[in-house]
Design a protein around this ligand. Structure first.
Ligand code: UDP
Ligand code: MN
Length: 336
């Protein structure tokens, strides 16, 4: 009896222990499940966040892919395999109208076949403003930068004409062409396209036929409505109608001529210079590569105007100063 009793007690104890054990196990399983659920929720949250990030990244990449695609399509559309390339060299510098000027130019250049734009910033390094503009330009381009040395930089209030402009910028573009387009198979013509002039699309059909050095009229320059080469009955250039410093060897504006790449390759040192007198930059380079007799008169025997030496008025930004005094600017986070 005692034995049975103690056996029963023992059994009861064992059962209790087992129940406690089972309850314990169930409890642990529940805790474990709850934790897994929690872990899952956190994991899903993290995944969701990652998905958002991925979508965002994808959008950025798709946008830049589309910009590239549009640019490449545009360049291919304008590619004529049997025509030479026009290399337009544009020196440019930071100022309130810079983006407007370059936009105007790029919109014109977009209409031109076989066009390569060499944009050289007068700055220590390339700016994102110009880089962004070029990326979206639909154009084939090369972006360079070189700063004008301090002693040649125009001082505040100093008149524009005091110092030569764009000298270093045009020269490194010429260097770039001589190294990157060194081979004879690179057929091209070089034109100096300042960022404030106005260019007709027709001008580029003239530039494209230049074998040596071509010249044509330029509107609104040198105190004249049109400054132009004068030709004889044989269609040879015999001089210019220039009124300003007519004694210059080549009294022509930067916008009034183009040089074939072959000529530049034949004269590897031809360049612009600081040492020449005011207004003699054009003469400086042309004297090194061509004679008057060799010039090719274009634009219908120099009777048409396809380029204008326009100048953009400097905008008055007085209200901007007021904003700046309050630590604000109107162009915060926006390229103007
Ligand atoms: N330029 C430059 N740095 C300067 C001033 C001018 O790179 O400090 C560029 C300008 O953007 C233009 C070219 O040089 O493409 C000629 O300058 P600008 O039009 O002022 O000269 P202008 O028409 O009076 O001869
Ligand atoms: Mn100008």
């Amino acid at each position: 009896m005692t034995n049975t009793f103690s056996n029963y007690k023992l059994l009861e104890m064992l059962n209790k222990k087992r129940t406690i054990l089972y309850l314990g196990i169930i409890f642990i399983i529940i805790i474990w499940l709850v934790n897994i659920k929690k872990r899952d929720a956190a994991q899903y949250q993290a995944l969701n966040e990652a998905l958002k990030q991925t979508r965002h990244q994808l959008k950025i990449q798709t946008d830049s892919y589309n910009v590239l695609k549009e640019r490449f399509e545009s360049i291919c559309d304008k590619w004529k395999p049997n025509e030479p390339i026009v290399y337009a060299i544009t020196p440019t510098y930071k100022r309130p109208v810079q983006r407007a000027e370059l936009t105007r130019l790029s919109n014109t250049f977009r209409l031109v076949n076989n066009f390569h734009w060499i944009v050289v910033e007068d700055a220590e390094s390339k700016s994102t403003l110009v880089a962004n503009l070029l990326l979206k330009s639909h154009l084939n381009y090369t972006h360079l930068s070189i700063a004008t040395p301090a002693e040649w930089k125009r001082q505040l209030k100093e008149p524009k004409w005091k110092k030569p402009r764009g000298v270093k910028q045009r020269n490194i573009a010429l260097e770039w062409l001589r190294t990157e387009r060194a081979r004879k198979e690179h057929d091209g013509i070089v034109y100096f396209a300042d960022d404030d002039n106005t260019y007709s699309v027709d001008l580029f059909d003239e530039i494209r036929v230049v074998k040596g050095v071509g010249v044509w009229p330029v509107g609104l320059v040198g105190g004249l409505l049109v400054e132009k080469p004068l030709t004889d009955i044989n269609g040879k250039v015999i001089g210019w109608n220039s009124a300003w410093r007519p004694e210059r060897p080549f009294p022509v504006d930067m916008a009034g001529f183009a040089i074939n790449l072959n000529v530049l390759r034949k004269h590897p040192n031809a360049a612009f210079s600081w040492t020449v007198s005011r207004g003699f930059q054009e003469s400086a380079i042309l004297s090194q590569v061509v004679t008057l007799e060799q010039l090719e008169p274009l634009a219908d025997n120099c009777t048409k105007v396809y380029v204008w030496h326009t100048r953009t008025e400097e905008p008055v930004l007085k209200a901007e100063e007021k904003l700046k005094n309050r630590g604000l600017r109107s162009d915060m986070n926006i390229e103007v």
